[in-house]
Design a protein around this ligand. Sequence first.
Ligand SMILES: O=C(O)CCC(=O)C(=O)O
Ligand SMILES: [Fe+2]
Length: 342
Amino acid sequence: MSCRFRTVPEQREENRAPQILTLSCPSSISLNCKVLKGPEFLNYSMKPVKNMGSFRYVINHGIPHDILSNMVDVGRQFFELPFEEKAKYMSADMHEPVRYGTSFNQNKDGVFCWRDFLKLMCHPLSDDVLPHWPSSPPDFRSAVVSHSRQTKNLYLKLMKAILESLGMVGTTDHEDEDHDDDDDVLKQFEDGSQLMVINCYPPCPEPDLTLGMPPHSDYGFLTLLLQDNTSQGLQIQYEGKWVMMEPLPNSFVVNIGDHLEIFSNGRYKSVLHRVLVNSSRSRISVASLHTLPFDSTVRPSPKLINEENPRRYKDTDFSSFLEYISSCEPKKKNFLESRKLT
Ligand SMILES: O=C(O)CCC(=O)C(=O)O
Ligand SMILES: [Fe+2]
C-alpha cells in the first residue's frame, strides 16, 4: 500500500483558504482534499470518518513559516547541547512542568526506545515557570512561546469545526442565532491545557532493531504535530498496516487523541501511531498536545448520548491517565481500553 499527495494548486499563500488533507487509502483514492471555506472555517463541517485513520495534514493554516522553522531549529539546538546541560531538566516526576528524558516511559519501559524528549507545559504557563525553561539556545523560550500560541489558535479552529460536525455548536453562517451556549462549550477548550513535546531521534546504527516510539495513541483531544522537513519516521496504523506519514513542508499532522474519542462517545477514533528511526540523520518532531484543563473530567458529551447511542466510555481525568502509565508499561491503546464500558 502506498499513499500519494494530491497536488495543492499553486496560489499565493495569503489568498488560499485553509485546507485539510485527509489521508485516504488505498492509493487508488489518493488523498482527499477538503477545502475549508474562509479563514474562520465558515460553513465547514468535518465529518467523522468511519473506519479510517483519523490522521490529517493541515496546510495553509496561516502560521508564518519562520515560526515553524525556528521551533524546529531551537529544538535541534537544544538536543545538540552537552548532556550535562540537558540533564538539568531530567526528572522522573511526570508532573514536572519542564522535563527532559529518554525512551517512551522511562520508568516502565522494558526496552528503551531510540528517542530523547523535552516536555514543556505551555498552558497553563505561570510566570514562575518560564524562567525554568532552557535558556540555551538564547531564542529557545521566545520560539516555543510563539509556536505554542499559534498552535493553540489553530487547535481552537479545528475543535470548532469538529464540534460543528458533532452538532454541538451552531455553524457560523447563522449569525443571527443566539450563540451563548456555543460560547460556553468553546470556553472550556480555550481554557484547556497544552503540552509541547519536542522529540529527537538520533541516528541509530541498527534502525531495524528498535523504534523511536512504540505504537500508542495520544491522550488528549488533538495533537498538532510538526515534523522536520527532511526525515520521515511517523507511521499510522490503517487497516492493520503501517502507513508512513511523509513530511509535508509547513504542514501539521493532526492526530486525534483518546479524550476526543471519549468525548465524542466513539464517533471520532484516536489513532495508533509509532515512530521508526534511521541510520543517517537525527529527526526532530514537535507535538503540541491539547486537552481540557488538567483538573477536568473527560466524559462522553451528554448531547451525544441517547437510547440508540448509549454511553460507551467511563469518566476519566488526566491524573488517572498519569497513574495508569506510572503503574504499567504502556501498550498500544490500553489506557483507552480501560475506559471502555463494553
Ligand atoms: O515523532 C513523531 O512523528 C511522533 C511523536 C509522537 O507520536 C508523540 O510525541 O506523541
Ligand atoms: Fe504520539
